[in-house]
Design a protein around this ligand. Structure first.
Ligand SMILES: [Zn+2]
Length: 416
């Protein structure tokens, strides 16, 4: 049997007063997801392990069955993989934003949403000026870049810049973790202490400000009334994750693919051993090209055993707190992804198992992610259905899979 996971990022939600206390999945018109829930079996899954923040990288790794405390290494290494940087043992990767400072304050985490083309010039310039045997800057996407420190110690405290808009930057600079300040890395990955690593990163931050201040790209942006990218901001450090490939854990999964517009998800796919399919018109927003994504998924299912189809749109609508828009994204997922995939594969000679689920809730009311268990459904030809008649947070509580955690969802899904 082949397998496809269709993941609607942030699709789960809370009951909403304006919708008669229904959740968005309950209120949305989703005939295909409901049909698969009727014909298949449902359950709930805990996707945010205790002690972890409900980030998409955390939740998607959990969906794929990875043990977070064992393998989580931060965003840096995932983004390294997504831009093709192969981390070596002892190399620490950090997400490196280009941010906008106004005086002493962080104005924004994105340098006014600088373009990749502009940022590429700046990052290459930083690499020329600051790069050496130990320090390497790589261009990523828009304001999201990569800094690799050979021998850096990840036991440091870094602040995600999107959490601290308008705050003074100096008190938020990198600090060694108090318990590890001058203690060498027991795992031997680092040859700098946490204190030395923090000092190096803070020195890079301060020197980047001197280098970027009068750069022609920034002068041009200021002249156009845009925010300059006048500092770097490294955070979320880690080493190469010790993630086993899905094909090692599930021998029947010989070849798999990931389809996503999001760097972090593609990075997870890389370490999971999935080939990455790039799809024209995949934006990560409501205007994403569902039809191209579905076509790519169906094409991949012909040659591969496993496809991870990730669609970001609902999460973005949740972050905006936009209830009508989130309803549309859920209905789009149903009519433009789940429906066409089910109709295409239901009669294939080699049967295809379909799972539909979000990674975490992004409640419109809260406008950010939460850690509650998410609903899932699994259908394949011949599955014995349970009593659940619709796909949503409430109905899934009565699903016959119950409440799963860890790798239990993947084990159930891959069993057949
Ligand atoms: Zn997410």
């Amino acid at each position: 049997m082949k397998h496809i996971i269709i993941l609607g990022d942030g699709m789960a939600d809370w009951p909403i007063k304006a919708l008669n206390n229904k959740t968005l999945l309950q209120a949305a018109n989703t005939p295909y997801m409901d049909k698969l829930a009727q014909m298949g079996r449902s359950g709930r899954l805990m996707t945010v392990a205790e002690g972890f923040h409900p980030g998409s990288e955390v939740a998607n790794m959990s969906v794929l069955g990875y043990n977070l405390p064992k393998v989580y290494e931060g965003r840096g290494p995932l983004e390294a993989a997504s831009i093709g940087v192969e981390l070596q043992p002892g190399e620490m990767a950090l997400r490196c934003n280009t941010i906008c400072l106004e005086g002493e304050n962080i104005k924004n985490h994105s340098a006014g949403h600088i373009t990749t083309e502009e940022a590429d010039v700046l990052v290459k310039h930083l690499q020329e000026q600051l790069g050496d045997d130990r320090v390497h800057f790589y261009t990523g996407v828009q304001y999201r870049h990569l800094l690799v420190i050979k021998g850096g110690d990840k036991r440091i405290d870094c602040t995600p810049p999107h959490d601290v808009p308008l705050k003074p930057f100096r008190p938020l600079m990198v600090k060694p973790m108090p318990e590890a300040v001058n203690i060498m890395d027991p795992e031997g990955q680092a040859d700098l202490t946490p204190q030395e690593t923090a000092d190096l990163l803070n020195d890079l931050i301060m020197r980047s400000q001197e280098i970027l201040k009068n750069h022609p790209i920034n002068q041009q942006r200021i002249a156009e009334g845009k925010d300059p990218a006048n500092s770097i901001w490294p955070w979320s450090p880690g080493y190469r994750p010790q993630m086993e490939r899905l094909s090692d854990k599930f021998p029947q999964l010989k070849r798999g693919a990931v389809i996503s517009a999001v760097d972090l998800i593609n990075g997870i796919g890389y370490y999971a051993g999935l080939r990455r399919l790039t799809v024209e018109g995949a934006t990560g927003l409501y205007d994403t090209n569902y039809e191209n994504k579905v076509a790519a998924a169906l094409e991949a299912l012909k040659t591969d055993d496993f496809v991870y189809l990730h669609i970001e749109a609902s999460d973005e609508a949740g972050h905006e707190g936009n209830i009508p828009l989130k309803l549309i994204t859920i209905e789009n997922l149903d009519s433009r992804a789940v429906g066409p995939i089910y109709e295409a594969v239901k009669d294939w000679d080699e049967p295809v198992a379909i799972a539909v689920l979000p990674d975490h809730p992004t409640p419109c009311e809260l406008r950010t992610h939460t850690s509650e268990p998410i609903p899932f459904l699994i259908w394949y030809p011949g599955i014995e259905p349970d009593e659940v008649q619709t796909f949503d947070e409430v109905a899934a509580c009565n699903g016959s899979y119950g409440l799963l955690k860890g790798d239990e969802f993947m084990n159930e899904f891959m069993q057949r």
